[in-house]
Design a protein around this ligand. Structure first.
Ligand SMILES: [Zn+2]
Length: 263
């Protein structure tokens, strides 16, 4: 350790202060963008993706189809009911395959609307949803050229969360009859009531979003880089970062912090 002259200690104190203030600024910079990134929750596929009924239907259908084929073409004397067995079996097997498995995929819900990960992720921003309804046991989100279905029983927590977000973000879209609304409240309570919000998947930055090629709602400028896109925090309407209006053109909510970025 060497003795430090007074003047140098003043300098180092000044430097220290400057460094501290720099650190503070950096910290604020680091926090700022984080707060303004679009986030969502990902609901994974529930364990039981095929219902027992669909499994049984599929197995019986396959059996009937097999017996029918045997009776019609393999047996020396065709069975009179073989064709019915084949037709019925085929239909049951088909229905089981379609209804049993098709609708259960991971679902994403958050600042960038709802996305269903069916192979390629199909996503509807909140601003593109034209109607939200219940049909055939599914929560159905209808857009101009995309319809998303989320099975209510198999994906209860996701469906309940979609409904809650939709009621908050686009209340006019939610078109449920009073029976459906009661039913929704029931499964909402069942899925979220006991464990509360802590049971929900954690919010993470939005992934698998295709935004390039879309036009800014305010300026019609094409978004060519994802980094240029800014989302309305309420209805996820898309704006070019240079043309973010003070009030969203779609939902009429004031846009906070010049919109949400995509990471
Ligand atoms: Zn909006």
């Amino acid at each position: 350790m060497t003795d430090t002259p007074k003047s140098s200690s003043t300098t180092s104190r000044r430097e220290r202060r400057a460094a501290e203030s720099r650190k503070k600024t950096e910290k604020n910079d680091a926090q700022e963008p984080k707060r303004r990134v679009a986030r969502e929750r990902r609901f994974t596929v529930p364990e039981l993706s095929t219902t027992p009924l669909a499994l049984a239907g599929g197995a019986l259908g396959a059996l009937a189809l097999g017996v029918g084929v045997y009776g019609q073409w393999i047996r020396d004397e065709p069975l009179s009911y073989a064709l019915y067995l084949m037709a019925g079996g085929g239909a049951a097997l088909g229905a089981a395959l379609w209804l049993g498995d098709a609708p259960v995929y991971p679902v994403r819900v958050g600042d960038a609307g709802v996305a269903v990960e069916r192979g390629e992720t199909a996503r509807l921003l909140w601003c593109d949803v034209e109607e939200l309804s219940v049909s055939g046991g599914d929560l159905v989100l209808r857009g101009a050229d995309l319809v998303l279905r989320v099975p209510i029983k198999a994906h209860g927590a996701a469906a309940a969360h979609i409904l809650r977000e939709a009621e908050k973000r686009r209340p006019k879209l939610v078109r449920l009859t009073s029976d459906e609304a009661n039913e929704a409240r029931r499964w909402q309570g069942a899925k979220l009531g006991e464990a509360g919000a802590s049971a929900l998947p954690k919010r993470a930055p939005v992934e698998a979003i295709q935004i390039t090629g879309r036009a800014c709602k305010a300026s019609r400028t094409a978004i060519t880089l994802e980094a240029d896109a800014r989302l309305c925090q309420s209805c996820s309407q898309v704006y070019h970062r240079r043309h973010v209006p003070a009030v969203c053109a779609t939902c009429k909510e004031p846009i906070q912090g010049r919109g949400l970025r995509l990471e």
